[in-house]
Design a protein. Structure first.
Length: 343
């Protein structure tokens, strides 16, 4: 039979949790480092002081998830498997790699599970709207650890790919990385363009993290980190480009914020927003709503698809466009681009 029962999707939901537990266990055991070269389960189990048969079952699941490769070998008349980490697992889940993001993945898993346990409470309205905004020392620590990992592993390359499409990009000399966390995007762009000057604008505690990252990258002459509150502090002015990723969810008045952002651009300057919006169809909306339900239940906003374009138009941006072909694996977002009119 090929027809699935109507409830199959619901029955499969707990299996996703089990696969997440399997990956979490693999990261805790550092399996992908240990499987840089082909290894038999019995050898690995002996090194880890684990049961070989049960470890073999876990390795088989990780193989089915595309994280391990395996091949058969014959020994003493028996057929055995040898397992090796895939290129993807070695790139993203081994600690000695610059693109490692295992800790970031584990942080997201922990955060979403903690949130899931509070849905009933939140439905009664028993939560402060700022609880998910990542303010203060908590957000700074996240920027220092798993957000920095995510930026190195994924966001920097994605941002470069998006921005390189802009006809204005080769001429950008001054940029603002708005809500830039540890500043990875600005750092990546400054490394490639010695003429670029820029500002990473963040909450004060997180701006200190970005300041250190800029210094560590040797880019203090090109970049600066500025601490402030987007809703009340000046952003500066005269920017050719403003990169704004997943920031507008947290502002109380998106139109007022967009007016401030537009004022910070020089005439002809470009705003690029990577921001989640809720698609109109159920299948497309499922991933967005699953990921952003914590924000919605804590009183923040995730706009319906197309509403950011409308808000940009209402606040004076021109030549507005939406990129539908951008793939951002960490979190589902849409990319909306608007420009300040030339003087």
């Amino acid at each position: 039979m090929t027809n699935l029962h109507p409830l199959q999707a619901c029955w499969d939901l707990p299996l996703a949790s089990l696969r997440a537990d399997a990956l979490d266990t693999a990261l805790r055991l550092q399996l992908f480092q240990r499987l840089a070269a082909p290894v038999e389960p019995e050898q690995l189990a002996k090194a880890l002081e684990l049961d070989a048969t049960r470890l073999d079952a876990l390795l088989a699941l990780l193989w089915s998830m595309g994280l391990l490769e395996r091949r058969q070998v014959r020994r003493d008349g028996a057929t055995l498997w040898r397992y090796c980490a895939t290129e993807l697992a070695q790139r993203y889940f081994t600690e000695d790699n610059d693109t490692a993001c295992g800790a970031a993945w584990q942080a997201r898993l922990t955060s979403l599970r903690q949130f899931g346990a509070t849905i009933g409470t939140l439905l009664h309205g028993n939560a402060a709207s700022g609880a998910a905004s990542g303010s203060g020392p908590h957000w700074a620590e996240a920027a220092r650890t798993h957000i920095a990992q995510e930026q190195r592993a994924v966001t920097m390359d994605v941002a470069r790919g998006i921005l390189s499409r802009l006809p204005e990009f080769p001429h950008v000399q001054r940029m603002l990385d708005l809500g830039g966390g540890p500043g990875g995007v600005a750092i990546a762009l400054a490394r490639e363009n010695p003429r670029l000057r820029g500002v990473v604008f963040e909450l004060p505690e997180t701006a200190a993290v970005a300041h250190q990252a800029i210094a560590d990258a040797g880019l203090a002459e090109q970049l600066e980190a500025r601490g402030g509150d987007l809703t009340s502090d000046a952003l500066g002015e005269g920017f050719d480009l403003i990169w704004c990723a997943s920031v507008l969810h947290f502002v109380p008045d998106i139109h007022e914020t967009l007016r401030c952002v537009r004022a910070a651009l020089k005439p002809g300057g470009v705003l690029v927003c990577a921001q989640a919006e809720i698609p109109a169809t159920a299948d497309a909306a499922q991933r967005v709503l699953s990921y952003y339900l914590p924000l919605l239940l804590r009183g923040h906003q995730v706009l319906p698809a197309g509403h950011l374009c409308q808000a940009m138009e209402a606040t004076g941006f021109i030549d507005i466009e939406r990129l539908d072909t951008v793939s951002i694996p960490l979190a589902p977002v849409a990319v909306t681009i608007g420009r300040r009119a030339p003087s």
